[in-house]
Design a protein around this ligand. Structure first.
Ligand SMILES: [Zn+2]
Length: 163
């Protein structure tokens, strides 16, 4: 028989059958990391997160949320591009790579949240538009794990032709 700790559920608060804890799926990404969003029933051996919808039982294991928009894979709970001031973070990220704000602005590089095939979900990305003659020919999206994708069917040209 598995234990709650096998699913990352630890530090149960309260006494008796109904306990609460933080959620191993979403708490680290929340503003209030200590919010006790996970309800645990020690008798039935089941749990349910009121924030992300993650649920499961000790017998059958973890289930996905009934609401796919709320449930996020654990690896994407800490996006590097969208903390408090996402714009400043992005510019800092480029600055660390020797790319100035002027270059970012001139090339109209911006942030977005788009579907990426590798993690199979919507994640924060940086968008690199490919211009030619003032027209956007393609856009390349890069996420924090260095996954790239372009626009399906779009022409492949060199970056910065107009710059
Ligand atoms: Zn949760």
């Amino acid at each position: 028989m598995k234990t709650f700790a096998d699913f990352g559920i630890t530090d149960l608060k309260g006494a008796g059958v109904e306990r609460v804890s933080t959620c191993p799926q979403c708490s680290s990404a929340r503003k209030n990391k200590r919010a006790k969003c996970l309800s645990v029933n020690t008798e039935k051996g089941c749990w349910n997160c009121h924030h992300c919808g993650w649920a499961g039982t000790l017998k059958q294991g973890a289930e996905h949320s009934s609401n796919p928009y709320l449930w996020k894979p654990k690896t994407y709970t800490k996006p590097i591009f969208i903390p408090k001031d996402p714009e400043a973070q992005m510019l800092e990220w480029f600055a660390q790579r020797g790319i100035s704000e002027a270059v970012v602005r001139r090339n109209q590089i911006r942030r977005d949240v788009v579907y990426m095939p590798q993690p199979e979900t919507e994640v924060p990305v940086i968008c690199f538009p490919f211009f030619r003659g003032g027209q956007v020919v393609n856009v390349k999206y890069r996420d924090k794990d260095k996954n790239f994708r372009g626009v399906g069917g779009a022409e492949r040209i060199f970056f910065g032709l107009d710059d």
